[in-house]
Design a protein around this ligand. Sequence first.
Ligand SMILES: Nc1ncnc2c1ncn2[C@@H]1O[C@H](COP(=O)(O)OP(=O)(O)OP(=O)(O)O)[C@@H](O)[C@H]1O
Ligand SMILES: [Mg+2]
Length: 254
Amino acid sequence: MIRVLFNKKGGVGKSSLAVNLAAIAASRGKRTLLVDLDTQCNSTAYLNALQPEGDSTIADLFEQTITFHLHRRKAKEFCHTTSIKHLDIIPGSQRLSELESELDSRHKIYKLREALADMADDYDHIYIDTAPALNFYSMSALIAAQRCLIPIDCDDFARQGLYALQQKIAEIREDHNPQLAVEGIIANQFMQQANLPRQIIDELIEEGYPVIPHYVNQSVKMRESHQAKQPLIALAPRHKLTQSLVAIYDHLNP
Ligand SMILES: Nc1ncnc2c1ncn2[C@@H]1O[C@H](COP(=O)(O)OP(=O)(O)OP(=O)(O)O)[C@@H](O)[C@H]1O
Ligand SMILES: [Mg+2]
């Protein structure tokens, strides 16, 4: 199953959720791949997988589609192991920005889908982390994925972008990827003591949005996990925050 974490809004938890859900899948013995499509490389840094310049990253995978090579490398050759057993990563790269306009003008929007399809026998789960923008790379991801997960940070602006986002996903489904489905909206940075997050979520549910019925609390443990470069399932498997992520994973993979 190929899942993309996407929301044009920044800082809602795309990278945190992509890494943690991928790590939970790996902890269950699923052969899992994380693809970092963001020039910020946050999920790559989180998994301690930043590469020295010139090593295989997602930028190199895309670049070989617009440069001539006698020997074109297979997608699997861009996958690196991580400290988590069963979890591999195609690391992010700042060079994605330089390549974007040429990839776009040369219509390479299906290349990620082809690369991931080539690895269909290698991985049980693939998670794609995207930048907070509907750019060439997040479009590529939405075309490559079967499911889209939309994290929100439970503040009032979160709701405003959702309608437009759903429209865009419907358009991509119609034009490029009939199998793409919005699998769920993940309420992240939820504050149990405050009324507003609860109210916002209740309204979304009333409006028919597929909100996943397990909310991810705002917790300093998430930042600690980033700092330790260890996903929560490894750092604090019994923590309430980890348990809510496990509940989401189980909800998505019954
Ligand atoms: N549940 C949470 N509790 C506390 N802090 C959180 C939580 N989820 C995310 N954060 C923090 O919020 C910040 C943004 O999270 P993250 O990087 O995962 O969001 P993002 O959507 O990937 O951001 P961007 O749009 O910039 O890629 C990070 O500093 C992260 O540690
Ligand atoms: Mg991010």
